[in-house]
Ligand binder design. Sequence first.
Ligand code: FES
Ligand code: FES
Length: 159
Amino acid sequence: MSGEAHVDIACRVNGEEIVDRVPARLSLVDFLRHRLGLTGTHVGCEHGVCGACTIVLDGRCVRGCLLLAAQADGAEIETIEEASRSGRLDALKDAFVARAALQCGFCTPGMLLTSAELLADMPAPDRAEIRAALSGNYCRCTGYHAIVDAVEAAAGLKT
Ligand code: FES
Ligand code: FES
């Protein structure tokens, strides 16, 4: 019996061209964390429920645990590292700090990326819309109220 199958991929991750040969069954989140060292993307449930592994693929938030690295061939990926470095999360990050919307921080990268997508799609969401948008992101520290406060503040709806 031969060894595990591998796949050649080429993608852009945080603006950098990546060419690699990956195990066919390697998840995208494990590729980002273990092969590229981008550990800001977290792994929680590993089956698409908690949102800890949220990344941006071709402009939309996706779950890195539900995709294979092989499926990223040809894709443009942004992780929390670049999203943070770019400044596009600054308003949200400031609001999360001001509202104490993080405790252990495990869910925070996914919360920030998902919230940024919400505010790009819907600049003035109400609290129900914020809760709906974040309903796929679990906070084990249960700081949901403060997180909704922070997103609302970042949207300029609350000072
Ligand atoms: Fe991917 Fe939970 S680790 S959704
Ligand atoms: Fe701990 Fe959300 S701040 S999981």
